[in-house]
Design a protein around this ligand. Structure first.
Ligand SMILES: Nc1ncnc2c1ncn2[C@@H]1O[C@H](COP(=O)(O)OP(=O)(O)O)[C@@H](O)[C@H]1O
Ligand SMILES: [Mg+2]
Length: 497
């Protein structure tokens, strides 16, 4: 039995429903994240990989209220290349929807709709060819995210996302309507639009679309930022167009009749998708000069969208003042801190907080219990491995203690480099599964510790030293180049066995 922990196995641990309460050992950062959500403050989270920065950003977004406005881009008859922005309240949105839904079109089963359409609408997973409701972010067939830029493979709240999807609906990056053409029996082509209608798909032919246009009158428009959207948007590694939006090219240059009008070609950037929510930017310094645009967006709470490719017909189109009132949660490593644009940092400090996360916590009964909670969470999230018995938990906690000392020189502590510890849990679970065991036991953990060594440690074991390993695998010419150029010696903790 683990000191301070009276438990048979991890299935007895109750996992908090509040996402921020699932974050282990970062109480200071979690407290500030709660404040940031309540007071709409920005956050800069600083620390090494795998200690919960992304997790805190995502968890914070669950604390935010649902968005209260929808952003439309509206055709400007006087000057089509300067479309207008219109911001609708919740009441406006509902009134408009019921007017549009009065035009019914044909309601179809997803299976009756072309595959590429149902995939874009979120009813179909191409990986395993399973159909499911678009409100389900994770494919029930293969467990992989169905797509969209907010879905991440490493999402510690997958179980909660389903719930959120049901209440707030749409996923950024997935389309709510698909416009395509079909050939009629007489050989002519017509434009059809497919859109989501709960579990079904609504198809509007040209006649139905005509009736909708009448309802919209002289102000054709497109929903840019829908009311039903996620409050978490990730902009990591984004390009300029992904971050700030774009106006797509039209080979017909938007000519009336044959081209696509400019307002329909306007696409948002992640800054706009994050309106009223969290914009999460991992490794901020990698944004380079785009940090300046982020700063402008934060100051103005609006950012224009224009065509970014000077070669394209979109270049002459510009939409001013597209709202982007987001909470910025940025993350970086300690050594990257100086590479962050100084005015951006001062903006964050001016209306938010910079927080250095912890890398270890004191080895107390309370904190051991937190590691237990962490193990239970990881097992539940993984979904493919059995629960861990008390012996396995004890072994993992002792490993957490060893790592705090070996990696970070913290004695009598438990490591908070939890992504790596999660790897150990999964490796132990895989061994238990291979053996057909009902629970992960201490032996499985000990076995996993042997097989889940980082590559550097494996090489050292095999070759005696890293240097030996490198040179024995090299051709003569490679030996003249700098053999250690990309060798990551520090990836293995010093003196760690
Ligand atoms: N403090 C923590 N509490 C609970 N789980 C954690 C924590 N830190 C990391 N994890 C686990 O590791 C995974 C990766 O953590 P992440 O938030 O992406 O780290 P970072 O962004 O700091 O690199 C998480 O999804 C979670 O499963
Ligand atoms: Mg991360």
């Amino acid at each position: 039995m683990v000191p301070g922990i009276a438990i048979g196995d991890t299935s007895e641990v109750s996992i908090p429903v509040d996402p921020l309460s699932r974050v282990i050992g970062q109480d200071h950062a979690v407290g500030l994240a709660r404040t940031a959500a309540r007071q709409r403050r920005h956050l800069l989270l600083i620390g090494p990989p795998g200690i919960g920065k992304s997790m805190i950003a995502m968890a914070l977004s669950f604390d935010l209220p649902q968005p209260q406005s929808e952003v439309h881009v509206v055709h400007n008859p006087e000057n089509p290349e300067r479309p207008f922005i219109e911001v609708l309240s919740v009441a406006d949105v509902h009134a408009r929807r019921s007017r549009l839904e009065a035009v019914e079109g044909v309601v179809l089963e997803p299976r009756e709709v072309p595959l590429q359409v149902v995939e874009k609408l979120g009813y179909f997973c191409r990986r395993c060819e399973t159909y499911s409701a678009p409100t389900e972010l994770i494919c029930p067939g293969c467990g992989a995210p169905k797509g969209g830029r907010t879905a991440t493979a490493e999402n510690p709240f997958q179980d909660l996302m389903g719930f959120v999807e049901l209440t707030i609906g749409q996923i950024s990056g997935r389309q709510s309507e698909v416009r395509t053409t079909r050939t009629l029996p007489d050989g002519t082509e017509e434009v059809v639009v497919y859109e989501r209608a709960g579990d079904m798909v609504r198809m509007l032919d040209e006649e139905a679309l005509g009736r909708r246009r009448e309802i919209q009158g002289a102000k054709p428009r497109k929903v840019l930022v829908p009311l039903d959207r996620r409050t978490f948007v990730m902009a990591t590694g984004s390009s300029e167009t992904e971050l700030l939006g774009d106006v797509r090219h039209d080979p017909y240059g938007g000519h009336p009749g044959i081209g696509t009008p400019p307002y329909e070609r306007v696409v948002t950037g992640t800054v706009h998708d994050a309106h009223e929510g969290v914009l999460f930017i991992d490794e901020v310094p990698h944004l380079g000069h785009l940090q300046r645009s982020i700063l402008t967006a934060m100051q103005e709470k609006a950012f224009p969208i224009s065509g970014r490719n000077p070669q394209s017909a979109g270049a002459s189109v510009r939409v001013d003042a597209v709202p982007c009132d987001f909470i910025l949660v940025a993350a970086c490593n300690v050594q990257d801190l100086p590479a962050i644009l100084a005015p951006l940092r001062s903006r964050i400090l001016g209306s938010g907080y910079e927080v250095v996360l912890d890398i270890a916590m004191p080895d107390s009964d309370g904190n051991r219990f937190k590691v237990l909670q962490f193990i239970a969470q990881e097992i539940q999230q993984d979904g493919r491995i059995p629960h861990a018995d008390a012996g396995a938990v004890e072994e993992m906690i002792s490993e957490a203690r060893k790592r705090a000392l070996a990696i970070d020189g913290r004695s009598a502590s438990l490591t908070l480099r939890l992504r790596d510890l999660g790897g150990l849990i999964r490796a132990s679970g895989d061994i238990a599964v291979n053996e057909g065991a009902d629970l992960i036991s201490r032996e499985h953990v000990i076995e996993a510790l042997k097989v889940s060594l980082p590559a550097e440690a494996q090489i050292r074991e095999r070759y005696g030293s890293l240097g030996e390993g490198v040179s024995s695998d090299m051709t003569e010419s490679q030996k003249f180049a700098h053999p250690y150029h990309y060798w990551n010696e520090s990836a293995e903790p010093p003196g760690y066995e």
